[in-house]
Design a protein. Structure first.
Length: 263
């Protein structure tokens, strides 16, 4: 933590790419501790942001005390995002970083910092190519100092951040298999399905959209609770347009749609 704060202190000002998750919140808290009002947290508000995440970001920014700004972004204006190839995240991330760099220029921020950690570098990470292409204009302190996801959670807990144990919540496009075009209707359907399941009390899960089939991933320990509430879940997801509703017997795992790419 000391090394990160020293690196941040070497900058006159910084714009934090801020989703409100544990990684970006911890980075924002460290930046605010070192730079005060010369640190600015910026949240990108997009269609594929999961339900409640924007409000969560606004709440945690207030908790930290950092200046906060929300910028709207329409990812459907990025053709490669809509096409949904395995490089989708690269094109989307590049567009977002360009937007953040533009905001940093307007705000007079010396650098953009983002919270990717070393643990995330395993598997398919095309978005990191976009970060690398930004040279030194975008900095990833957790990568620079090889900080793991667990270490970030420990930092967050030490600093008393309410998001220390918050599960990760990637964009809703990650629920749609590569090769299937992403539409506003598809994103809206997944968002509504996950909102319903979240309101049933589940916190770590995904609803993967395979066209007619909704594939639900939950922790294995939550299987009994899903079965107990299956009638309501099936009825709601069929109301949203799915013909079949399935429970993935492998359980919840982040990035399961990348398994096809790795094979």
């Amino acid at each position: 933590m000391k090394q990160i704060k020293e690196a941040l202190a070497s900058k006159s000002s910084a714009l934090v790419a801020f989703s409100g998750g544990v990684d970006s919140s911890t980075l924002a808290a460290l930046a605010y501790e070192v730079l005060g009002n010369n640190a600015l947290a910026v949240t990108i508000n997009m269609h594929s942001l999961p339900e409640g995440e924007l409000q969560m970001a606004e709440n945690i920014a207030r908790e930290i005390g950092i200046r906060h700004k929300v910028i709207d972004f329409d990812e459907f204006n990025v053709p490669e995002f809509v096409e949904n190839s395995p490089k989708r995240c690269y094109y989307c991330k590049r567009s977002i970083l360009e937007l953040l760099l533009e905001a940093a220029k307007k705000e007079g921020s010396e650098v953009v910092i983002e919270g990717t950690n070393i643990t995330e570098m395993q598997g398919n990470r095309p978005g990191m190519q976009a970060v690398a292409e930004m040279n030194e204009r975008v900095i990833s302190p957790f990568l620079q100092f090889s900080v793991t996801r667990e270490e970030i959670r420990q930092m967050a807990e030490y600093m008393g951040l309410s998001v220390a144990k918050k599960p990760s919540s990637p964009c809703l496009a990650s629920r749609i298999p590569y090769g299937k075009k992403i539409t506003p209707e598809g994103i809206s359907r997944v968002k509504s399905a996950e909102k319903y399941i979240f309101n049933l009390g589940f916190t770590q899960f995904r609803v993967r959209d395979h066209g007619d089939v909704a594939r639900i991933e939950v922790k294995s320990s939550d299987f009994p609770a899903v079965i107990e509430k299956k009638e309501g879940i099936v009825n709601e997801l069929k109301r949203l347009g799915f013909h079949y509703v399935t429970l993935d017997m492998e359980g919840f795992r982040s990035g399961s749609l990348d398994e096809v790419v790795s094979k």
